[in-house]
Design a protein around this ligand. Structure first.
Ligand SMILES: [Zn+2]
Length: 440
């Protein structure tokens, strides 16, 4: 186990010594060992500070005297070999591969931004030593799990995953590819960047700067005898049309798209110029997801939330689920009678930040109540009913309303099931999905 405290001490020393090499070595190591996704190095009028994003939220790691900021940024620009140290007026970016003091290989996607107090540097970390997670490790369960496994067996059509940046789309796509990565199928991926190298896949890095786009990649794929194609993102009409064509000619296509919900994807795809019959003819299913912080397993305990507004919302949403669907779902997700009764009584599981044995600050979560993350999912399957509604020109809203009255589990419902199981909190759920009452 790496000694993070020692690296933190070294980081402090490096600031006193103005040793920028030592600073970066220790900073990157701390970030990787803490499981951070991003590092922010930012200047203000009287000081500079370094923040890390861990489990989706930013926290301050350290502050430093303003006078070393310039040399820190200059050092990174020179080391990257891709940024001009003398250019401070425009944003620049770089991709760097490096290794931490704990011997972990990482890729950094770095960018600078000129601010009123000098340049800010942000680095996105891709930890290459991280293993591809399995679908069931991501928090996919119940009917959603059955739907996904069934869809992954289909020979053709389009499977989309949607959600904002940092919602875990990438991990889910890789897990899906890992699930279907067998010797008898040819899988080609077009990625930007290739975050996770997997044996058995032909992974290609697109380069928009030299005209190698997703759409061009798709065109080339069809000459490479593929069974399954993964296009990192559909963001223009051409990529969408090529994806639909590939799906029509008996290929399975995976991709992501930027929308907030599974239903909203219908509107987005129609706005990109697709005809409803094309959508009905090619789409298999659309998934939406968010990443929620998990309740700390060490300091989690039960509290009374009966009079809480968010508890009221959850009870209301649960009451909208058809009775037989609810009973089925609880069985599939192994929700016990005790967990269900506790939920009905308003007794919910949250972190306390204190170690239950010693009463000291919880060493597992550092007093933050949360440790690790888990996905919240929703799936809209393009069943015959949905396809018919599309062909009749129904709106995304009408289709979603219909699906929710039948079999569909949305982000809120999937999240509530996870609250009942003590995995996440209502506070975290409604932070991520924003209840409709909040806007009022
Ligand atoms: Zn804890």
């Amino acid at each position: 186990m790496a000694d993070i405290a020692q690296f933190k001490k070294n980081l402090q020393e490096s600031i006193i010594q103005a040793d920028t090499i030592k600073l970066f070595d220790n900073l990157l190591t701390i970030a990787v060992e803490e499981g951070a996704s991003d590092i922010h190095i930012e200047p203000f009028e009287n000081f500079g500070r370094i923040r890390l994003r861990v489990d989706g939220l930013l926290f301050e790691l350290i502050q430093y005297p303003k006078n070393i900021h310039e040399s820190v940024i200059a050092k990174f620009k020179i080391e990257s070999g891709q940024m001009r140290p003398d250019e401070k007026r425009v944003p620049q970016d770089a991709r760097v591969s490096t290794i931490t003091l704990t011997n972990k290989e990482i890729d950094l996607r770095a960018s600078t931004l000129p601010t009123v107090w000098w340049e800010k540097l942000v680095m996105r970390i891709v930890d290459k030593s991280k293993k591809t997670q399995k679908l069931n490790e991501l928090g996919i369960e119940g009917t959603i799990e059955e739907q996904i496994l069934r869809q992954l067996d289909y020979p053709n059509g389009i499977i989309l995953n949607t959600g904002p940046t940092g919602s875990g789309k990438t991990a889910t796509l890789y897990a899906a590819l890992d699930h279907i990565n067998k010797v008898d199928v040819n899988i080609i991926t077009y990625e930007d960047p290739v975050e996770n190298k997997m044996d058995g896949l032909s992974q290609s890095q697109v380069r928009a700067d030299i005209g190698y786009t997703f759409a061009q990649g798709l065109r080339a794929a069809l000459r490479q005898d593929p069974d399954i194609i993964m296009v990192w993102e559909i963001r223009d009409k051409e990529t969408l049309e090529m994806s639909m064509e590939a799906a029509m000619t008996w290929h399975l296509v995976f991709s992501t798209i930027h929308t907030n919900s599974a239903a909203e994807t219908i509107t987005r795809v129609l706005n990109l110029g697709a005809k409803p019959f094309m959508l009905a003819g090619t789409f298999n299913f659309v998934m939406a997801q968010r990443l929620s912080r998990r309740v700390c397993h060490n300091c989690g305990h039960s509290v009374d939330m009966k009079s809480d507004k968010q508890y009221f919302w959850a009870r209301e949403e649960i009451s909208r689920i058809p009775k037989d669907t609810l009973v089925n779902e609880m069985k599939k997700r192994s929700i016990t009678n005790e967990q269900w009764q506790n939920f009905l009584d308003g007794k919910l599981h949250v972190g306390s930040g204190k170690d239950p044995k010693t009463g000291e600050t919880c060493a597992v979560c550092g007093g933050s109540w949360y440790k690790w993350r888990i996905g919240i999912f929703e799936v809209m399957e393009y069943t015959d009913d949905v396809k018919n509604m599309l062909l009749q020109g129904k709106t995304a809203f009408e289709i979603e309303k219909f699906a929710l009255s039948k079999w569909m589990s949305n982000l809120e419902r999937d999240g509530i099931y996870k609250v009942i199981k003590g995995m996440i909190t209502l506070e975290e759920l409604y932070r991520l999905i924003k209840h409709k009452d909040v806007e009022k």
